[in-house]
Design a protein around this ligand. Structure first.
Ligand code: SDX
Length: 443
């Protein structure tokens, strides 16, 4: 990828912070590095060598793991930018191919670049026919994310010609293959669970239309693609495409930092995304709404969510970065109404329940104080369910869309001249060295 070298944007500021080590009566200075927007960082790369201290930040709440130019989030203002473009503008006006090119190359494509990129992606959507046999090994009721982890990881067994990560062309080919093949694999996982034949991708369809066709067409009749649904699917893909250094993207970067092949790295990202605290939340939201069942039980669940002794959390609420409304959730809420109207669904109890839950939760002091708002996962599931996508497929769609973000961040990491293997340290509180006792002397 020809992303501009990040260091060209970074200014090596003269500002420093002074670290006073009071117990040892010493002090140290560490440089502050300024970015273009957002918090500056304290460069602590020499901290251990100079002071003998590690930093301690489980969950990386205050730690920058890398320098990036791809996505910026202002959690207080509810701003999300892909390469500087507001997510609202991209969701409104761009194709998903537009956004993929933007994330990968740093600029919106010209019409000619868009056409070529879309052609190249389209002509990589088909899978090696051998891969069909992988599916036969799974039970029909396997969770689609289990299938996605297995099949995507196995892609490296088929594409030896694009696993030399030091070769920019190999990286580009692998990136295109992953973006192009994820919808095919996800749709195959769905078809397999339905006991229906796989539907091949078609080169005459756009990315979102192709996915809907692979999901819902059958060999028995033509499947007419509803433009309102394909537009909703396009927006869902755009909104989920990237999101800075979230858990799954950080997993992809950490896996990639060892030099692992891109297919293995993306499989690791899929595994991390599956968790209910992360991409698995969209499935968990629908399950939670189903469990709540009716508006008169909302207060019971909001109270459970507030109870520090109860592990229950309101799924689809809260975010590590957004301390205001997730801008993606706003777009998805509007899209939800459009899709339900198009499908003639005038009475969707889950949407009524979700909106009532949102109103109640956002008026609760607990949620206000902790700045817990609906996130991207709160409304996405309702749209997908209305479109006929089963709950178990929600996170597979999230993974499909996030693949472009993962590969863009992976490429940026590989191209970073300062990149090295990720290897965090620890605060050790276990046993100090002690004398070994052979088994026959242990009482
Ligand atoms: C995604 O990182 C990303 O960018 C992710 C993502 C992306 O695009 O990649 O945006 C996608 O993963 C969205 C988040 C989906 N997850 C959920 O909806 C699951 C429910 N949300 C929570 O599990 C939680 O809000 C997290 C995991 C999203 C964020 O957790 P943090 O940042 O670690 O916050 P925290 O757990 O420290 O919570 C702070 C406080 C805690 O209370 P105290 O310990 O301070 O008393 O808020 C409470 C939490 O108990 N809290 C909640 C809550 N979320 C946080 N209480 C009730 N319900 C919730 N949903």
């Amino acid at each position: 990828m020809n992303a501009k070298n990040a260091s060209a944007k970074k200014s090596a500021s003269q500002a420093v912070v002074t670290f006073v080590d009071t117990p040892n009566k010493r002090s140290f200075e560490f440089p502050i590095i300024k970015g273009t927007i957002g918090p500056d960082v304290i460069d602590v790369r020499k901290l251990y060598a100079e002071t003998g201290y590690f930093t301690y930040d489980p969950g990386y709440t205050s730690t920058g793991s890398c320098e990036s130019q791809i996505t910026y989030i202002d959690g207080d203002e509810g701003i999300l930018l892909y390469r500087g473009y507001p997510i609202e503008d991209l969701a409104e006006h761009s194709t998903f191919m537009d956004v993929c090119y933007l994330l990968l190359y740093g600029e919106l494509p010209t019409q000619e670049q868009h056409a070529k990129f879309e052609h190249d992606i389209t002509y990589h959507t088909m899978l090696n026919e051998q891969i069909n046999y992988f599916f036969r090994g799974f039970r029909r009721d396997s969770h689609p994310m289990a299938i996605m982890c297995g099949v995507v990881g196995a892609l490296s067994a088929f594409y030896h010609d694009s696993t030399d990560i030091t070769n920019p062309r190999h990286r580009m080919v692998a990136s295109y293959r992953l973006i192009a093949k994820m919808p095919t694999i996800a749709a195959m996982a769905y078809k397999y669970s339905q006991g229906q034949p796989f539907i091949y991708p078609r080169n005459d369809l756009g990315f979102s239309e192709n996915f809907l066709h692979m999901m819902f067409a059958t060999p028995c009749e033509t499947y007419d693609i509803n433009p309102v649904l394909s537009q909703a699917m396009r927006r869902i893909f755009i909104l989920h495409a990237d999101h800075e250094q979230n858990a799954s993207t950080s997993t992809v970067r950490l896996a990639g930092s060892s030099g692992a092949n891109p297919y293995a790295c993306i499989a690791a990202g899929i595994a991390s995304l599956w968790g209910p605290a992360h991409g698995g939340a969209n499935e968990a939201v629908l399950n939670m709404l189903g469990e709540i069942g009716s508006t008169n039980r909302i207060k019971e669940y909001v109270d459970k969510a507030k109870d520090p002794k109860d592990a229950f959390r309101l799924m689809g609420f809260g975010h590590r970065v957004y301390k205001s409304y997730d801008p993606r959730a706003k777009v998805l809420q509007a899209e939800c109404h459009k899709v339900l109207k198009e499908l003639g669904i005038t009475d969707e109890p889950l949407l009524d329940l979700a909106m009532e839950l949102e109103q109640i939760a956002l008026s609760e002091p607990y949620f206000i104080e902790k700045k817990l708002y609906p996130n991207v996962d709160f409304y996405s599931g309702i749209i997908l369910r209305a479109m006929g996508v089963p709950t178990s497929m929600f996170t597979a769609l999230f993974a499909l869309a996030r693949t472009v973000g993962w590969v863009a961040q992976w490429n940026e990491m590989i191209e970073d001249p300062t990149q090295k293997i990720g290897r965090p340290r620890q605060l050790f509180t276990g046993e100090p060295e002690r004398k070994y006792v052979p088994l026959d002397r242990r009482k």
